[in-house]
Ligand binder design. Sequence first.
Ligand SMILES: Cc1ncc(COP(=O)(O)O)c(C=O)c1O
Length: 404
Amino acid sequence: MQKKIKASRRSMGMNYAIREILVPAAAAAACGTKMYNFNIGDPNKWDFKTPEYFKETLRQAVDNTDNGYGDSQGSIGLRQAIVDREYEKNGIRIDTKDVYVTAGVSECINVMMGALVEPGDEILVPGPGYPSYAQYINFYEGKTVPYRMIEEEDWAPDVDMLENRITNRTKAIVVINPNNPTGAVYREKDLRRIGDIAAEYDIPIISDEIYDKIVFDGRFFSMSRLSSDVPRAVLNGFSKVNLMPGWRQGYAYFMDEHGLMDEIREGMMKQFRARICANVPCQEAARASLQGPQDYIADMNRKLRERAEFSHRRLNEIPGISANRPRGALYILPKVELTDWKTDKEFVYDVINSTGVVLVHGSGFCEEFGQGHFRSLLLPPVGTLSEAYDLLDRFMRKHQRSST
Ligand SMILES: Cc1ncc(COP(=O)(O)O)c(C=O)c1O
């Protein structure tokens, strides 16, 4: 008798809520429901379009190069453009040898955790926080240790908890700022305290700054600006600010004066060689996006700020829902009173089936500190947000009536 082949435990343990929610969404769509896909932070699905000169550069790269493999660390042209961008944005001087180009930040997270984590090692991550970190930490049999984001303090990181959760197995501290899913932009004083703790315990920081140019009041402090004795890697990419998510471009750079992370870098480099290289023509487009006109970013922020204001006001008008004002990134994370539902996941499934509005449950971003919330998106135009939140309003009022 033929036997089915078993998948690895590691792969079967993966669970990326942002896309898994598409399963119930597809079922609702198949019944003819009009869908509002507010689950994925993809600007290009809404009225944010890849600037024409990026596309032209990509076309030319395809036409004028040999379309062969490239450098495993990334093209020197793109790495130099990243060095210049980081100088302009954060006033820091890094070198092209410190920069690694990846297939989106997602690949960088995978490779970084692959180099860092031995079974049982612990990584501190924000809770709630972008779920890829936990997925890959778990994949490499490490332990994800969340530190709380404090809702009552505008989702600021609980730095005391972060320190209390450090053990002799702690291998790194992940910071995501501006934050997905809370929409928080962290205060400089909290980030400096995290830097001090990292220095005191000799733990590197991994700072995900993919939304660094999507801030609504101009305030942003990059971990690259910490004092030089904190070993750190900053992750960034082209999927959000640079409007090319499908082209899969991202990068990491290291700031590590004493070379404490040299072996981690070599462990990453070994993986980069094994996967050969990131998409070569798209690296050209990524380079152009850093060197050409940047006015599309201000346009994007103008729209997002208006949509953030609207979302914040409208969601707070809905009975049973309350939300902090988003300060950056593409998201808002309201709290919901779970009167008729046991979990936020049950709530979100009910919303999808009853209204077609596809949200993501907060517990998908952290079981311990995300429960009782849902993530929505700032990207849709106000008219679309308004339609979806009218449906959500009616849904909540119906439930409030039936539970009194
Ligand atoms: C905080 C954060 N990091 C990384 C990513 C992954 O981005 P990409 O792989 O498209 O660069 C995302 C995507 O939503 C994100 O929100």
